[in-house]
Design a protein around this ligand. Structure first.
Ligand SMILES: [Zn+2]
Length: 418
Protein backbone atom coordinates (compact mmCIF):
# COMPACT_ATOMS: atom_id res chain seq x y z
CA UNK A 1 0.00 0.00 0.00
CA UNK A 2 2.92 2.29 0.77
CA UNK A 3 4.01 2.03 -2.84
CA UNK A 4 0.55 2.96 -4.08
CA UNK A 5 0.41 5.93 -1.74
CA UNK A 6 3.78 6.99 -3.03
CA UNK A 7 2.62 6.84 -6.64
CA UNK A 8 -0.59 8.68 -5.70
CA UNK A 9 1.39 11.42 -3.98
CA UNK A 10 3.67 11.84 -6.98
CA UNK A 11 0.65 12.04 -9.30
CA UNK A 12 -0.99 14.61 -7.06
CA UNK A 13 2.18 16.70 -7.02
CA UNK A 14 2.38 16.51 -10.79
CA UNK A 15 -1.29 17.51 -11.18
CA UNK A 16 -0.75 20.49 -8.89
CA UNK A 17 2.30 21.57 -10.86
CA UNK A 18 0.38 21.27 -14.13
CA UNK A 19 -2.57 23.28 -12.75
CA UNK A 20 -0.16 26.01 -11.62
CA UNK A 21 1.48 26.10 -15.06
CA UNK A 22 -1.90 26.40 -16.76
CA UNK A 23 -2.84 29.23 -14.41
CA UNK A 24 0.43 31.04 -15.15
CA UNK A 25 -0.06 30.52 -18.87
CA UNK A 26 -3.58 31.96 -18.62
CA UNK A 27 -2.27 35.03 -16.77
CA UNK A 28 0.36 35.58 -19.46
CA UNK A 29 -2.35 35.41 -22.13
CA UNK A 30 -4.56 37.82 -20.23
CA UNK A 31 -1.67 40.28 -19.91
CA UNK A 32 -0.92 39.93 -23.62
CA UNK A 33 -4.61 40.54 -24.46
CA UNK A 34 -4.63 43.59 -22.17
CA UNK A 35 -1.52 44.98 -23.82
CA UNK A 36 -3.12 44.38 -27.20
CA UNK A 37 -6.30 46.26 -26.18
CA UNK A 38 -4.26 49.21 -24.87
CA UNK A 39 -1.88 49.46 -27.81
CA UNK A 40 -4.25 48.72 -30.71
CA UNK A 41 -6.45 51.43 -32.14
CA UNK A 42 -9.41 49.07 -32.04
CA UNK A 43 -9.04 47.80 -35.57
CA UNK A 44 -8.39 44.11 -35.69
CA UNK A 45 -5.79 42.90 -38.14
CA UNK A 46 -4.46 39.45 -38.95
CA UNK A 47 -0.89 40.57 -38.29
CA UNK A 48 -1.60 41.65 -34.70
CA UNK A 49 -3.50 38.43 -33.95
CA UNK A 50 -0.51 36.48 -35.19
CA UNK A 51 1.74 38.43 -32.83
CA UNK A 52 -0.42 37.42 -29.86
CA UNK A 53 -0.19 33.77 -30.86
CA UNK A 54 3.57 34.12 -31.18
CA UNK A 55 3.71 35.55 -27.64
CA UNK A 56 1.70 32.56 -26.40
CA UNK A 57 4.08 30.09 -28.05
CA UNK A 58 7.17 31.73 -26.56
CA UNK A 59 5.77 31.77 -23.02
CA UNK A 60 4.37 28.20 -23.03
CA UNK A 61 5.97 26.48 -20.03
CA UNK A 62 7.85 23.22 -20.59
CA UNK A 63 5.01 21.27 -18.92
CA UNK A 64 2.86 21.82 -21.99
CA UNK A 65 5.45 20.33 -24.34
CA UNK A 66 4.52 16.89 -25.71
CA UNK A 67 5.69 14.17 -23.29
CA UNK A 68 9.00 12.49 -24.13
CA UNK A 69 9.62 9.20 -22.30
CA UNK A 70 13.07 9.07 -20.67
CA UNK A 71 15.05 5.83 -21.00
CA UNK A 72 17.97 4.25 -19.17
CA UNK A 73 19.70 1.04 -20.27
CA UNK A 74 20.76 -1.29 -17.46
CA UNK A 75 22.74 -4.53 -17.50
CA UNK A 76 23.62 -6.94 -14.71
CA UNK A 77 26.05 -9.85 -14.53
CA UNK A 78 26.76 -12.43 -11.83
CA UNK A 79 29.49 -13.40 -9.39
CA UNK A 80 33.04 -12.13 -9.88
CA UNK A 81 34.73 -15.08 -8.22
CA UNK A 82 38.54 -14.90 -8.17
CA UNK A 83 39.81 -18.46 -7.58
CA UNK A 84 43.54 -19.29 -7.18
CA UNK A 85 44.15 -19.99 -10.88
CA UNK A 86 42.69 -16.57 -11.68
CA UNK A 87 45.07 -14.97 -9.17
CA UNK A 88 47.95 -16.81 -10.86
CA UNK A 89 46.76 -15.71 -14.32
CA UNK A 90 46.52 -12.05 -13.25
CA UNK A 91 49.87 -11.99 -11.44
CA UNK A 92 52.39 -9.65 -13.10
CA UNK A 93 55.22 -10.07 -10.58
CA UNK A 94 56.44 -8.03 -7.63
CA UNK A 95 53.18 -8.58 -5.75
CA UNK A 96 51.13 -6.88 -8.50
CA UNK A 97 48.05 -8.17 -10.32
CA UNK A 98 46.32 -7.02 -13.49
CA UNK A 99 42.81 -8.37 -14.13
CA UNK A 100 41.85 -6.12 -17.05
CA UNK A 101 42.28 -8.78 -19.76
CA UNK A 102 39.57 -10.91 -18.08
CA UNK A 103 36.94 -8.35 -19.01
CA UNK A 104 38.24 -7.02 -22.36
CA UNK A 105 35.83 -9.02 -24.53
CA UNK A 106 32.79 -8.01 -22.50
CA UNK A 107 33.81 -4.38 -21.94
CA UNK A 108 31.87 -2.92 -24.93
CA UNK A 109 28.61 -4.40 -23.57
CA UNK A 110 29.28 -3.22 -20.03
CA UNK A 111 30.55 0.26 -20.88
CA UNK A 112 27.70 1.07 -23.29
CA UNK A 113 24.99 0.49 -20.70
CA UNK A 114 23.88 3.57 -18.77
CA UNK A 115 24.08 1.43 -15.63
CA UNK A 116 26.09 -1.80 -15.25
CA UNK A 117 25.95 -3.97 -12.13
CA UNK A 118 28.22 -6.77 -10.86
CA UNK A 119 28.48 -8.84 -7.67
CA UNK A 120 32.04 -8.83 -6.28
CA UNK A 121 32.03 -12.17 -4.46
CA UNK A 122 35.02 -11.42 -2.24
CA UNK A 123 36.42 -8.56 -0.18
CA UNK A 124 39.10 -6.31 -1.67
CA UNK A 125 41.36 -6.41 1.39
CA UNK A 126 44.89 -5.03 1.46
CA UNK A 127 46.20 -8.24 3.10
CA UNK A 128 47.62 -11.33 1.40
CA UNK A 129 45.46 -12.41 -1.58
CA UNK A 130 43.68 -15.72 -1.05
CA UNK A 131 41.10 -17.88 -2.79
CA UNK A 132 38.75 -20.75 -1.97
CA UNK A 133 37.49 -21.35 0.68
CA UNK A 134 38.29 -17.95 2.23
CA UNK A 135 38.70 -15.34 -0.45
CA UNK A 136 40.57 -12.05 -0.43
CA UNK A 137 41.06 -10.34 -3.78
CA UNK A 138 43.64 -7.67 -4.73
CA UNK A 139 42.21 -4.18 -5.07
CA UNK A 140 43.44 -3.99 -8.67
CA UNK A 141 40.50 -6.29 -9.44
CA UNK A 142 38.21 -3.44 -8.37
CA UNK A 143 40.11 -1.16 -10.75
CA UNK A 144 39.58 -3.69 -13.56
CA UNK A 145 35.82 -3.64 -12.87
CA UNK A 146 35.86 0.17 -13.06
CA UNK A 147 37.83 0.01 -16.33
CA UNK A 148 35.30 -2.47 -17.73
CA UNK A 149 32.59 0.12 -17.15
CA UNK A 150 30.70 -1.14 -14.10
CA UNK A 151 28.76 1.46 -12.12
CA UNK A 152 27.35 -0.53 -9.21
CA UNK A 153 29.31 -3.16 -7.23
CA UNK A 154 27.59 -5.33 -4.63
CA UNK A 155 29.47 -6.90 -1.74
CA UNK A 156 26.42 -8.46 -0.04
CA UNK A 157 27.34 -12.13 -0.43
CA UNK A 158 28.36 -15.18 1.58
CA UNK A 159 32.10 -14.53 1.12
CA UNK A 160 31.98 -10.92 2.37
CA UNK A 161 33.47 -11.80 5.80
CA UNK A 162 36.01 -14.35 4.48
CA UNK A 163 39.02 -12.20 5.42
CA UNK A 164 37.49 -10.65 8.54
CA UNK A 165 35.94 -7.24 9.05
CA UNK A 166 39.25 -5.43 8.46
CA UNK A 167 39.25 -6.58 4.81
CA UNK A 168 35.74 -5.17 4.43
CA UNK A 169 36.82 -1.83 5.88
CA UNK A 170 39.71 -1.93 3.34
CA UNK A 171 37.03 -2.54 0.69
CA UNK A 172 35.03 0.47 1.90
CA UNK A 173 38.22 2.59 1.87
CA UNK A 174 38.99 1.35 -1.65
CA UNK A 175 35.60 2.43 -3.05
CA UNK A 176 35.81 5.75 -1.21
CA UNK A 177 39.22 6.35 -2.81
CA UNK A 178 37.65 5.64 -6.23
CA UNK A 179 34.67 7.95 -5.66
CA UNK A 180 35.65 10.01 -8.72
CA UNK A 181 34.91 7.01 -10.95
CA UNK A 182 31.24 7.43 -10.00
CA UNK A 183 31.00 3.75 -9.02
CA UNK A 184 28.79 3.04 -6.02
CA UNK A 185 29.17 0.08 -3.66
CA UNK A 186 26.16 -1.54 -2.10
CA UNK A 187 25.44 -4.20 0.54
CA UNK A 188 28.19 -3.16 2.99
CA UNK A 189 28.39 -0.16 5.32
CA UNK A 190 30.71 1.49 7.83
CA UNK A 191 27.92 1.94 10.38
CA UNK A 192 24.15 2.40 10.72
CA UNK A 193 24.34 5.98 9.44
CA UNK A 194 26.30 4.94 6.36
CA UNK A 195 23.82 2.13 5.69
CA UNK A 196 20.87 4.52 5.97
CA UNK A 197 22.27 6.73 3.21
CA UNK A 198 20.26 6.01 0.04
CA UNK A 199 22.53 4.86 -2.77
CA UNK A 200 21.37 5.86 -6.21
CA UNK A 201 22.55 6.85 -9.67
CA UNK A 202 20.94 9.64 -11.64
CA UNK A 203 20.66 9.10 -15.38
CA UNK A 204 18.52 11.12 -17.82
CA UNK A 205 16.72 12.78 -14.93
CA UNK A 206 15.78 9.43 -13.38
CA UNK A 207 17.00 8.46 -9.93
CA UNK A 208 17.63 4.73 -9.71
CA UNK A 209 18.21 3.41 -6.17
CA UNK A 210 20.06 0.21 -5.22
CA UNK A 211 19.88 -2.26 -2.33
CA UNK A 212 21.66 -5.61 -1.82
CA UNK A 213 21.22 -8.45 0.67
CA UNK A 214 22.74 -11.87 1.36
CA UNK A 215 21.24 -14.97 2.97
CA UNK A 216 24.35 -15.54 5.11
CA UNK A 217 28.12 -15.27 5.63
CA UNK A 218 29.46 -18.84 5.41
CA UNK A 219 29.36 -19.27 9.16
CA UNK A 220 31.12 -15.99 9.98
CA UNK A 221 29.20 -13.52 12.07
CA UNK A 222 28.99 -9.77 11.83
CA UNK A 223 31.16 -7.82 14.28
CA UNK A 224 29.24 -6.87 17.43
CA UNK A 225 30.26 -3.21 17.02
CA UNK A 226 28.85 -3.03 13.48
CA UNK A 227 25.83 -5.23 12.70
CA UNK A 228 25.38 -3.17 9.50
CA UNK A 229 28.74 -4.13 7.98
CA UNK A 230 26.99 -6.54 5.56
CA UNK A 231 23.26 -6.39 4.77
CA UNK A 232 21.62 -9.71 5.61
CA UNK A 233 18.18 -10.76 4.37
CA UNK A 234 15.81 -9.50 7.06
CA UNK A 235 12.26 -8.75 5.93
CA UNK A 236 11.64 -5.89 8.37
CA UNK A 237 14.84 -4.12 7.38
CA UNK A 238 14.23 -4.76 3.67
CA UNK A 239 10.71 -3.28 3.89
CA UNK A 240 11.97 -0.18 5.72
CA UNK A 241 14.91 0.33 3.36
CA UNK A 242 12.77 -0.17 0.24
CA UNK A 243 10.36 2.48 1.56
CA UNK A 244 13.25 4.88 2.22
CA UNK A 245 14.70 4.40 -1.28
CA UNK A 246 11.27 4.77 -2.92
CA UNK A 247 10.87 8.04 -1.09
CA UNK A 248 13.93 9.50 -2.86
CA UNK A 249 14.13 7.55 -6.13
CA UNK A 250 12.04 6.80 -9.22
CA UNK A 251 12.90 3.08 -9.27
CA UNK A 252 14.62 0.54 -7.02
CA UNK A 253 16.90 -2.32 -8.07
CA UNK A 254 17.41 -5.01 -5.42
CA UNK A 255 20.26 -7.54 -5.58
CA UNK A 256 19.60 -10.77 -3.72
CA UNK A 257 22.29 -13.33 -2.85
CA UNK A 258 20.09 -16.39 -2.36
CA UNK A 259 19.04 -19.82 -3.59
CA UNK A 260 20.63 -23.25 -3.74
CA UNK A 261 24.00 -23.81 -5.35
CA UNK A 262 24.04 -25.63 -8.71
CA UNK A 263 20.21 -25.69 -9.02
CA UNK A 264 18.98 -24.32 -12.35
CA UNK A 265 15.53 -23.52 -10.95
CA UNK A 266 14.68 -21.22 -8.07
CA UNK A 267 13.24 -22.55 -4.80
CA UNK A 268 10.03 -21.55 -3.01
CA UNK A 269 11.91 -19.25 -0.62
CA UNK A 270 13.20 -17.22 -3.59
CA UNK A 271 9.63 -17.07 -4.98
CA UNK A 272 8.33 -15.79 -1.64
CA UNK A 273 11.08 -13.22 -1.25
CA UNK A 274 10.57 -11.99 -4.84
CA UNK A 275 6.86 -11.53 -4.04
CA UNK A 276 7.74 -9.67 -0.84
CA UNK A 277 10.17 -7.36 -2.65
CA UNK A 278 7.61 -6.63 -5.38
CA UNK A 279 4.91 -5.88 -2.80
CA UNK A 280 7.27 -3.37 -1.17
CA UNK A 281 8.08 -1.51 -4.36
CA UNK A 282 11.07 -3.18 -6.04
CA UNK A 283 11.28 -2.41 -9.76
CA UNK A 284 13.91 -4.97 -10.70
CA UNK A 285 15.23 -7.97 -8.73
CA UNK A 286 18.62 -9.46 -9.61
CA UNK A 287 19.56 -12.74 -7.95
CA UNK A 288 22.88 -14.50 -7.63
CA UNK A 289 24.86 -17.12 -5.71
CA UNK A 290 23.83 -20.53 -7.16
CA UNK A 291 26.89 -20.42 -9.58
CA UNK A 292 24.51 -21.44 -12.36
CA UNK A 293 21.74 -19.51 -14.07
CA UNK A 294 18.13 -19.61 -12.94
CA UNK A 295 15.04 -18.36 -14.84
CA UNK A 296 13.53 -14.91 -15.03
CA UNK A 297 9.91 -13.79 -14.86
CA UNK A 298 7.54 -10.92 -14.16
CA UNK A 299 6.26 -10.79 -10.58
CA UNK A 300 2.93 -9.18 -9.78
CA UNK A 301 1.74 -8.46 -6.27
CA UNK A 302 -1.82 -8.03 -5.03
CA UNK A 303 -1.31 -4.30 -4.48
CA UNK A 304 -0.72 -3.87 -8.21
CA UNK A 305 3.07 -3.53 -8.10
CA UNK A 306 5.02 -5.26 -10.84
CA UNK A 307 8.72 -6.15 -10.94
CA UNK A 308 10.99 -8.14 -13.22
CA UNK A 309 13.11 -10.80 -11.54
CA UNK A 310 16.07 -12.90 -12.66
CA UNK A 311 16.60 -15.55 -9.97
CA UNK A 312 20.27 -16.09 -10.83
CA UNK A 313 22.68 -14.52 -13.28
CA UNK A 314 25.18 -17.35 -12.51
CA UNK A 315 28.91 -16.71 -12.33
CA UNK A 316 30.66 -13.88 -14.14
CA UNK A 317 34.22 -15.17 -13.95
CA UNK A 318 35.39 -18.23 -12.03
CA UNK A 319 37.48 -21.41 -12.14
CA UNK A 320 34.59 -23.74 -11.44
CA UNK A 321 34.47 -27.05 -13.23
CA UNK A 322 31.00 -27.87 -14.55
CA UNK A 323 29.35 -26.93 -17.85
CA UNK A 324 26.48 -25.08 -16.15
CA UNK A 325 28.90 -22.92 -14.13
CA UNK A 326 30.45 -21.64 -17.38
CA UNK A 327 27.08 -20.57 -18.89
CA UNK A 328 26.27 -17.11 -17.55
CA UNK A 329 23.74 -14.33 -17.95
CA UNK A 330 23.96 -10.66 -18.78
CA UNK A 331 20.49 -9.32 -18.01
CA UNK A 332 19.66 -6.36 -20.25
CA UNK A 333 16.66 -4.12 -19.60
CA UNK A 334 15.45 -0.61 -20.35
CA UNK A 335 14.03 1.50 -17.54
CA UNK A 336 11.42 3.83 -19.02
CA UNK A 337 9.68 6.75 -17.36
CA UNK A 338 6.05 6.75 -18.43
CA UNK A 339 3.73 9.75 -18.87
CA UNK A 340 2.41 9.34 -15.30
CA UNK A 341 5.97 9.53 -13.94
CA UNK A 342 6.33 5.89 -12.93
CA UNK A 343 9.44 4.03 -14.06
CA UNK A 344 8.95 0.55 -15.49
CA UNK A 345 11.14 -2.23 -16.85
CA UNK A 346 10.84 -2.69 -20.61
CA UNK A 347 12.22 -5.28 -23.02
CA UNK A 348 13.97 -7.58 -20.53
CA UNK A 349 16.34 -10.01 -22.19
CA UNK A 350 19.21 -12.29 -21.27
CA UNK A 351 22.38 -12.27 -23.36
CA UNK A 352 24.18 -15.55 -22.61
CA UNK A 353 27.89 -15.35 -21.74
CA UNK A 354 30.59 -17.97 -21.39
CA UNK A 355 33.63 -18.04 -19.15
CA UNK A 356 36.68 -19.29 -21.03
CA UNK A 357 40.10 -20.49 -19.85
CA UNK A 358 42.57 -22.77 -21.61
CA UNK A 359 43.81 -26.25 -20.73
CA UNK A 360 46.56 -24.74 -18.52
CA UNK A 361 43.79 -22.91 -16.57
CA UNK A 362 45.08 -19.61 -17.95
CA UNK A 363 43.83 -16.98 -20.41
CA UNK A 364 40.67 -16.26 -18.40
CA UNK A 365 38.03 -14.17 -20.12
CA UNK A 366 34.26 -13.61 -20.32
CA UNK A 367 32.66 -13.31 -23.75
CA UNK A 368 29.21 -13.43 -25.38
CA UNK A 369 28.20 -17.03 -26.12
CA UNK A 370 27.62 -15.86 -29.73
CA UNK A 371 31.41 -15.28 -30.02
CA UNK A 372 32.38 -18.66 -28.53
CA UNK A 373 33.73 -20.91 -31.31
CA UNK A 374 34.24 -24.66 -31.83
CA UNK A 375 37.99 -24.15 -31.54
CA UNK A 376 37.58 -22.35 -28.21
CA UNK A 377 35.40 -25.25 -27.07
CA UNK A 378 38.17 -27.69 -28.05
CA UNK A 379 40.81 -25.76 -26.09
CA UNK A 380 38.60 -24.92 -23.09
CA UNK A 381 40.06 -26.03 -19.76
CA UNK A 382 36.97 -28.17 -19.16
CA UNK A 383 37.05 -29.88 -22.62
CA UNK A 384 37.29 -33.62 -22.18
CA UNK A 385 35.75 -33.54 -18.73
CA UNK A 386 32.49 -31.70 -19.60
CA UNK A 387 30.37 -31.02 -22.69
CA UNK A 388 31.57 -27.57 -23.76
CA UNK A 389 30.42 -27.20 -27.40
CA UNK A 390 28.77 -23.89 -28.35
CA UNK A 391 25.58 -25.79 -29.29
CA UNK A 392 25.41 -27.52 -25.92
CA UNK A 393 26.03 -24.33 -23.94
CA UNK A 394 23.30 -22.64 -25.96
CA UNK A 395 20.86 -25.45 -25.18
CA UNK A 396 21.59 -24.97 -21.45
CA UNK A 397 20.84 -21.23 -21.71
CA UNK A 398 17.70 -21.88 -23.81
CA UNK A 399 16.35 -24.35 -21.30
CA UNK A 400 16.73 -21.86 -18.43
CA UNK A 401 15.74 -18.58 -20.09
CA UNK A 402 13.47 -19.65 -22.99
CA UNK A 403 11.75 -16.66 -24.60
CA UNK A 404 13.98 -14.16 -22.74
CA UNK A 405 17.18 -15.26 -24.48
CA UNK A 406 18.58 -12.59 -26.84
CA UNK A 407 21.42 -12.47 -29.36
CA UNK A 408 24.53 -10.48 -28.50
CA UNK A 409 23.45 -6.86 -28.29
CA UNK A 410 25.39 -3.73 -27.36
CA UNK A 411 23.08 -1.80 -25.00
CA UNK A 412 21.86 1.59 -26.24
CA UNK A 413 23.58 4.45 -24.43
CA UNK A 414 20.83 6.90 -23.47
CA UNK A 415 22.83 8.93 -20.97
CA UNK A 416 26.02 10.97 -21.29
CA UNK A 417 27.20 9.51 -17.95
CA UNK A 418 27.28 5.87 -19.14
ZN1 LIG B 1 27.78 -16.70 -3.21
Amino acid sequence: MKQKNWIRQKRLQRRRRRALSLLLCGLVLLAAAGAYALLSDGTSSGVQEKQIFAAQEVTAPPDLQPYQPARVSLIAVGDNLIHNTLLRDAYTGGGAYDFTSFYEKIQPYVASADIAIVNQESPLGTGEPSAYPSFNTPQSCGDALIAAGFDVVSHANNHAMDAGSSALYDTLDFWDSRAQSGVIRIGIARDAEDRARVRYLERNGMKIGFLAYTYGLNGYSLPSDNPDLVSLIDRDKIAAELAAVREQCDAVVVLMHWGEEYQTTENSEQNELAQFLTEHGATLIIGGHPHVCQPCEWIESENGNRAFCIYSTGNFISAQNQTNTMVEAMLQVTLTRQADGTVVVEDPGVMPLVCYFNSSWRGYRVLPLDDYTESMAASHGLAGRCRMSPAHLRSVAEEIFGEYLIEKTIPVTHSADA
